[in-house]
Design a binder for this molecule. Structure first.
Ligand SMILES: [Zn+2]
Length: 257
């Protein structure tokens, strides 16, 4: 986590602007003591002093911290973006980045690999109750450039929530929207004789794969300019359930056919 509470005055402080002499520091989620980590290579951060039981900061990697600080830095000086902060505790949920964009309250959540669909659904519901528009982001990766992509459960969930798009963070406040198109599997031609001696044949055609998708990348979007608050109605399709939720989705037309 990037921030901790400085115990002497209960101020929330960034690890990068803190020093051990101003400690101790505690977690904004659970109140447990934190260790300040100011190395030469990694982004300065805090971590829980073991043992602890708290999910805040769990599964957070260096790229995750980089993404958070980068979004924060790129949005903070824009005139239509106000009240920006990182790691904001709303009681039921802690937002990675929170701000008002054109006065609409927005939470930006960066997907961690260990987050389940159950958790992502619960957190999205929590933001809905708070009246906050949520933008879930994945991290951009080279696998998205290949024709055969195995989308994870949370990606399929986001695809359903954001009207056929999943957003991947690239740099600063820039994200790439990705639509999952069908991946065509070839079913091999085969023939055989059945019990009555009749020749039967099957295959020799293409069918849509259930497991694989073909990523269709849209143009790069800026979180500050290309998104708007939207109410998404409750929806169920196959194994995917989406509750009614308030989301921050992009304003572009669909680019796929
Ligand atoms: Zn904690």
């Amino acid at each position: 986590m990037l921030c901790g509470l400085r115990k002497q005055d209960n101020q929330k402080v960034f690890a990068s602007f803190s020093d051990k002499i101003y400690g101790p520091f505690s977690c904004i989620g659970c109140g447990h003591d934190l260790v300040l980590k100011k190395g030469r290579i990694k982004i300065h951060h805090f971590s829980h002093k073991p043992p602890y039981k708290c999910s805040h900061g769990a599964g957070e990697s260096e790229i995750h911290r980089k993404c958070k600080i980068s979004i924060y830095n790129s949005l903070q000086n824009l005139p239509h973006v106000t009240n920006i902060d990182v790691e904001v505790n709303f009681g039921t949920v802690i937002a990675d980045v929170y701000c008002l964009i054109n006065n609409a309250p927005v939470a930006i959540e960066i997907q961690k690999s260990n987050l389940s669909v159950n958790e992502i659904t619960q957190r999205t519901e929590a933001y809905h109750k708070l009246g906050i528009y949520v933008l879930w982001l994945g991290l951009h990766n080279d696998k998205l450039l290949e024709p055969k992509y195995s989308a994870k459960a949370w990606e399929k969930w986001c695809h359903a929530v954001y009207f056929g798009r999943v957003y991947y963070w690239k740099h600063d406040s820039i994200v790439v929207p990705v639509h999952y198109g069908d991946y065509q599997l070839y079913v091999e031609d085969s023939s055989w004789f059945d019990e009555s001696g009749q020749e039967q044949s099957a295959g020799g055609y293409y069918k849509s794969s259930k497991r694989y998708k073909t990523p269709n990348l849209g143009r790069e979007l800026n979180i500050a300019y290309d998104f708007k608050p939207t109410l998404k109605q409750s929806w169920r399709g196959g194994s995917v359930y989406v509750p009614q939720c308030t989301i921050f989705g992009d304003i572009t037309r669909k680019w796929w056919v």
